[in-house]
Design a protein around this ligand. Structure first.
Ligand code: UDP
Length: 243
């Protein structure tokens, strides 16, 4: 019998976490809710929950096949993903291939400027503080992660960048930047957590340079539902063709 939802552990901006009857396994339930600017802007994106669950499940399985450990166990239903219970490291790792979003404002950099090699930044995961930019020294000083864990997080993030840049390129999209979260599993191993979806990355259409991600929602560009659906369709066809 497949694992069932038990108690609600916590409700986040786009997902709800539930315990299951199996220790060390929890369920991520994907909602249609969308937020931006530290939840100052709120809305819903039609069918985002099922789309993000599908996209993230496909990408996590792809990453696993290519040597990146993730918390993914299985996709249970349209909106539910069974994952390993982790101790989340309160650091968001952002990888940037081209300038967009906060870095443009912060450092007066022109949107679209390429970064070679990719730029890695860290943010402290705190809604109350608005996820401030931090450095490696903060992470080590405050013991959010030790130096070995930090090296693993950076190494894995750059591997994810190489792998997924290639996948998105094959479906006509450019991976501009993305945010990853990591956690420790029951054996203390650092594994990729959370999700990989159009909510947490920037994807520009290679032909038109149009954003195909949450920037459509953030900036009221229209066709938000359609963009999420389009990315999911292209990825589904890509992975089906590979089988
Ligand atoms: N991001 C995210 N969650 C956050 C902050 C950023 O998923 O709390 C993602 C965002 O979608 C983008 C990348 O991380 O793909 C870099 O975001 P940035 O620092 O430019 O901030 P933003 O412009 O999203 O405020």
């Amino acid at each position: 019998m497949s694992p069932q939802r038990q108690q609600q552990i916590r409700e986040g901006k786009s997902k709800i976490l539930y315990s299951t009857d199996t220790p060390h396994q929890i369920i991520q339930f994907f909602k249609d809710d969308a937020t931006a600017f530290n939840a100052l802007k709120k809305g819903t994106i039609k069918n985002k929950g099922p789309i993000n669950n599908k996209v993230s499940s496909a990408l996590f399985q792809y990453l696993e096949r290519n040597g990146i450990s993730t918390h993914f166990i299985s996709q249970l239903s349209e909106r539910e993903m069974l994952v390993k219970k982790l101790e989340i490291i309160p650091v968001e790792v952002v990888v940037r291939n081209k300038a967009a979003g906060s870095i443009c404002k912060r450092l007066a950099i022109e949107k679209g400027q390429p970064f070679h090699p990719a730029l890695v930044e860290f943010f402290y995961k705190s809604d109350a503080l608005g996820d401030p930019l931090i450095s490696e020294t903060h992470i080590l000083h405050f013991k959010w992660a030790n130096s070995k864990e930090l090296s693993t997080m950076v190494e894995k993030s750059l591997q994810v960048n190489e792998l997924l840049t290639a996948v998105f390129k094959d479906i006509g999209l450019e991976l501009i930047d993305f945010k990853l979260e990591f956690g420790r599993d029951s054996q203390g191993q650092v594994v990729l957590a959370d999700e990989f979806t159009a909510d947490g990355c920037r994807l520009w259409d290679l032909k038109t340079q149009e954003p195909m991600d949450k920037d459509r929602f953030r900036q009221d560009l229209g066709n938000v539902d359609e963009a999420y659906f389009e990315v999911s369709q292209r990825l589904t066809h890509y992975f089906e063709a590979k089988q």
